[in-house]
Design a protein around this ligand. Structure first.
Ligand SMILES: Cc1cn([C@H]2C[C@H](O)[C@@H](COP(=O)(O)OP(=O)(O)OP(=O)(O)O)O2)c(=O)[nH]c1=O
Length: 614
């Protein structure tokens, strides 16, 4: 089921989540939705007895939360957001509605009521579409709820109080958090787990699909549909052409919201006049998106360069003026940059303050364990420069990125080599676990990572395989600088750094050769040269492990068209990614047998082959 395309339909709208719940924020941002957070001030005090069912109460509360935010934002800005999402989670047991406990005794009452029994968790959701007519707010509300059944074990007094004393129950409906310590109380769950945590993501996506893409009766005239979202028949059938150029017109000939398209959320499409609209070619939104996609990249790279994410690290929301002061930039310019970052889902904006999203904390803060800050600097530097002069490279037949950076050290300053190594280090740390565990490598006792750079993968390999010794083989200039990188949990006596030239000269002996240089995916002839050298130097029975960046699976299945990720399609050297069949043929042609290929971490192809006897 394709969830992402549905979420993407909200991409070019101003979406607000009317909730302070960190769980809801996390669920929706993990799903790729970009939104602002404006917690609702609606007091959850509706008269429960006046509702026919607990779920009706949850839905109405969700609706009131969302409407309060829409109204407040409209009043304040004289312009409401396009969509406001509200939600309310309750626990229902034996006709009782349990919300968040007011104190420990209340939590105790709730949890003892739930002990040993089955109960229902309902989350009501309201999606409020706003538009402004003559200065007045006009809203259309879609609402729904989801039910999940949860069964608790019998809870002893001791366990119950220990749990209450942990503090976890206090901000959660029913007094427990299934996603954390509360999970230990649960015997089974029937239904959507995320619904219990606060937001029924699957149902929400289905509702979005239904809202925006309700099927048209056969033969019926094209509908006047709400703003610019095209109709497709079912949720499952959604075929999102947004990120790329497709020769096929969208099923409805509709108008997709593209990156370069000005947002016009409050306009309704004009009705078809004598079928004229149907005969028009679709607007090339995917094409427009491709044309100006570089702007989003540059915003991200610039925010990294100005250390915006470092400034926001581990701090509460900061205003644009605070950030501007710390990065030494203008307040206006900083505010614009922060707003676009929020739009891109890199920052969260609430009540005029900005904070890092989880993705930014994990990958854009420079000293994060899985930081890609170095990669951003490398892309913003030499790679950006090379792509600026792409026309020249094409005319001259040169590779699209200056021929692998450290492989031409005589042309590189130490700083340039370090810049490349930082990029490579970040990518290696991010992917090392997936590469190391894609196949069982325990039969090997010695490995040599060619172009092993800072040793990040080597450290992961020795961590995974206690018998393995790994040689990191790279240019002397690289090996000399590798000591400055923190490659693993600690120095390992089973990782050895050996200087040399992987593309000429003798390779160190090993049972397993590893080739995984993700930061510079060189041209084919370079890879083929390295593979030939491995094939010539290794003994029969030795292994070869190869890892490369790959497009997302669904794109590959669609014939390798890689519609949504041009960056991955035109890897470093400007060639389309290889599929598993191509790896097999390539390695078999070089004397390897038993070639297996697998995907790892959604981003890599990992291939393992064995050297056949000559
Ligand atoms: C049952 C359960 C609830 N919850 C949470 C989800 C909701 O955040 C909270 C229920 O209270 P809600 O009133 O639904 O949400 P909230 O007050 O946290 O946020 P807002 O006012 O902005 O809507 O309980 C869990 O995190 N885990 C669980 O297992």
């Amino acid at each position: 089921m394709l969830l992402c395309p549905v979420i993407r339909k909200l991409q070019h709208r101003r979406v607000v989540l009317a909730s302070s719940s960190p769980r809801r924020q996390e669920i929706l941002s993990n799903a790729g939705l970009r939104f602002e957070v404006v917690p609702s001030r609606f007091k959850e005090k509706l008269h429960k007895a006046s509702f026919a069912t607990p779920q009706a109460y949850a839905v109405e509360t969700a609706k009131q939360k969302a409407l309060e935010v829409a109204g407040r934002m409209h009043q304040k800005d004289l312009r409401a957001p396009d969509v406001v999402i509200g939600a309310d989670t309750i626990v229902a047991v034996g006709g009782l509605i349990l919300e968040k406990p007011v104190d420990k005794q209340d939590a105790y009452r709730m949890l003892s009521r739930l002990s040993g029994t089955e109960h229902s968790v309902f989350t009501g959701v309201a999606v409020v579409h706003c538009c402004t007519k003559d200065g007045q707010l006009d809203t259309r509300v879609s609402e729904f709820y989801e039910e999940t059944t949860v069964k608790f074990s019998e809870l002893s007094e001791e366990l119950l109080w220990e749990y209450i004393d942990s503090g976890e129950p206090m901000d959660k409906a029913g007094g427990y958090g299934i996603q954390a310590l509360g999970g230990m109380l649960v015997e089974y769950v029937r239904g959507d787990f995320l619904n219990v945590v606060g937001f029924p993501l699957n149902r929400f996506c289905k509702e979005l699909a239904r809202l925006y893409h309700a099927p048209r009766a056969p033969g019926a005239p094209p509908r006047i549909h709400y703003d610019s979202i095209p109709a497709v028949d079912t949720f499952e059938d959604l075929n999102d052409a947004e990120g790329g150029v497709s020769d096929q017109a969208p099923a409805n000939g509709g108008l997709e919201a593209g990156g370069a398209q000005p947002r016009a959320p409050h306009t309704r499409d004009a009705p078809d006049l004598n079928g004229v609209r149907d005969s028009q070619p679709p607007l090339p939104a995917g094409l427009l998106g491709l044309m100006d996609g570089f702007k989003a990249s540059k915003v991200l790279l610039t925010a990294c360069k100005l250390n915006v994410f470092d400034v926001l690290k581990d701090r509460g929301p900061l205003t644009a003026a605070d950030v501007a002061r710390e990065i030494g930039a203008s307040v206006d310019g900083t505010e614009r940059l922060l707003d676009v970052c929020a739009d891109l889902g890199l920052l969260q904006k609430a009540d005029g303050g900005y904070s890092n999203t989880e993705t930014a904390s994990l990958h854009l803060v420079s000293d994060a364990e899985q930081s890609l800050h170095g990669l951003a600097a490398y892309l913003d530097g030499p790679v950006w420069g090379a792509f600026t002069h792409l026309g020249r490279a094409v005319r001259e037949g040169a590779t699209w990125i200056p021929e692998p950076l450290p492989q031409a050290p005589h042309k590189q300053s130490t700083e340039a080599t370090l810049q490349f190594m930082r990029a490579s280090h970040g990518l290696s740390k991010l992917t090392a676990h997936h590469v190391a565990t894609a196949f069982d490598l325990s039969p090997f006792t010695s490995a040599c990572h060619l172009e092993g750079c800072t040793g990040a993968l080597a450290h992961k390999l020795v961590q995974e395989y206690p018998r393995l010794q790994v040689t990191v083989f790279d240019l002397p200039e690289v090996i000399e600088l590798a000591g400055g990188f923190q490659a693993g949990a600690g120095p390992s006596e089973r990782v050895h750094f050996v200087p040399g030239d992987p593309s000429s000269g003798r390779l160190p002996p090993a049972d397993l050769y590893v080739l995984c240089s993700l930061a510079h995916d060189g041209p084919d002839h370079r890879l083929h040269g390295l593979l030939r050298r491995v094939s010539r130097s290794c003994r029969a029975g030795a292994g070869l492990l190869l890892a490369e960046l790959a497009p997302a699976e669904e794109e590959e299945e669609a014939g390798g068209a890689a519609r949504r990720s041009p960056g991955l399609r035109i890897l470093g050297a400007g060639r389309p990614p290889r599929g598993p069949g191509q790896y097999r043929r390539l390695l078999q042609g070089l004397g390897f047998q038993d070639v297996q290929a697998t995907r790892a971490g959604d981003l890599l192809h990992v291939v393992l082959g064995t050297r056949a006897p000559p």
